[in-house]
Design a binder for this molecule. Sequence first.
Ligand code: AGP
Length: 642
Amino acid sequence: MLSASGPRAGTLSAMCGIIGYAGRPDAVAGISAGGHGALDVVMEGLRRLEYRGYDSAGVAVLTPLGIEYRKKSGKLANLVAELAAAPLTPATTGIGHTRWATHGGPTDENAHPHLADNGRLAVIHNGIIENFAELKAELLDAGAEFVSETDTEVAAALLASIYRGDGDADLAKSMQLACQQLEGAFTLLAVHTDSPGTVVAARRNSPLVVGLGEGENFLGSDVSGFIDFTRRAVELGQDQVVTITPDTVAITDFYGEPAVGTEFHVNWDAAAAEKGGYDSFMEKEINDQPQAVGDTLLGRSDVDGRLTLDELRVSPEELKNVNKIMVLACGTSAYAGQVAKYAIEHWCRLPVEVELSHEFRYRDPIVDSNTLVVAISQSGETMDTLMAVRYAKEQGAKILAICNTNGSTIPRESDAVLYTHAGPEIAVASTKAFLAQITAAYLLGLYLAQIRGNKFQGEIKDILADLAKVPDKIQQVLDNSGQIKELAQLMKDTRSVLFLGRHVGFPVAMEGALKLKELAYIHAEGFAAGELKHGPIALIEEGQPVFVVVPSPRGRDSLHAKVVSNIQEIRARGAKTIVIAEEGDDAVKAYAEHVFYVPETPTLLAPLLTTVPLQIFACELASAKGFDVDQPRNLAKSVTVE
Ligand code: AGP
């Protein structure tokens, strides 16, 4: 049952690309005459979803002889070559997947689809199943066997087990029952040999849209997957199961109750569809940040609420002997490290040094076997950081990577890794990966505090509870970004902007300046607010725009009062003060030309909110100047040379 509605701009973000297709059986005959075969549709869809970035791909089709599938690590070309070498039987029902690895590296075995029920069931998945470890243990006890490291194969085995049990060999009912047991964020698609012409799918906290055709229907992680075949779409709601056949679309909740999807017309062109309806990947990724932070927090605690960073692979004993942390990173990632410094020192009472990777090696640093080096890198390929990691390893340090790209060089050469789950970051200037890196660094700090006993379990749970509220607070900042966008447009001819911050606001100020440099090619300088009177205040003249990141008035009084006096000092000298402050902080109003408020949050977590207006400002101002915010001049996404 579908209700019609006007055109909508869906805003979808996901880590993987997903395609499902159910076409009329007679199309098989038509394939030779150029009809829509399942493989045609699925591969075209995966091509449309390539932009997201991925590290493996696969397809499965339902044929009269059973399920046939091919899957390969690497780019789509590898799958195409595999299909050419070993063609699939023509079919009109199929699913396809491009994977951005989270659990398990980018290998052929870990690529989707994953099979179960003796090869009669194929499943593909997007997201993170938080409780996959517990489910896997139960399934292993029941005799299930696994060939991959993925949470997806666990979901497939669970679905198969239910299908043969309480699911009464009904794929839709089995999917409903399986979803009742799954925790986390997931979009699942499944086909079974018992149900020709049928694809069953489900979603929770991860996107899925239905494409409505004539005698054929589609599923996609976003509309760009099927935009070449239909522009009629239905966006599914939270916790819904959808069953498509060539002529029907049936939607229920996870308990079998019929549900209603809202139909809309896709009025984007294919290029816009790839960006989720935004004008740029930069804008899409800024708006992806609630999900990037939320996904990075997913699956990090056990049933007792204790932090379990399972990718860490450094024993608690080794971590207890650490007497110093050295963060190595470049650019935006180094600013994430600086934020981490404040949090980890406060929570763990461990000295944290933050070093630019390219400086680290040349200053004879003091590093030994009791040093934990934390290498922060979105790409995992930054040569400066890789070389610094190798140098630190030679000195006997333990290396822990915080990285967004599964299987990249830096994590591979590290002793342990904590992956961020921001999904592929396409725009060269980093945004969602930055917030995800800070989030992962908080998790590391809390984990260290937990195993070293610096914090009681209750204190850690309280901080995790505060962190869990951050995605919604980021969304509030995004929803109220109209004013900062207007200011950016008014300031598009500005020649210079300064950024001030104190405590954790200092690296935020540095990052805000970097974003403006990178995107709008404007001279921008960030510095510690306390440094002002030691020189930089000479830069202040009439009309000089200065952003000031103000700490919460609920934090250390001296901090807030000092920054307010900094604002007074520059305002008295003619500065145009633009203040980022916490909701309810009225003290700043008297000295600010513009105030942009962010929701209340504990001082140490504030960078996850105060950074966002600065990202939006830089993106909007650069767009107003007509610049390419995705591919700024002179920059590369990953600096793989020293
Ligand atoms: C971020 O906006 C920049 N593009 C750049 O500073 C980047 O953060 C730096 O090159 C480090 O990259 P990495 O995180 O992939 O190591």
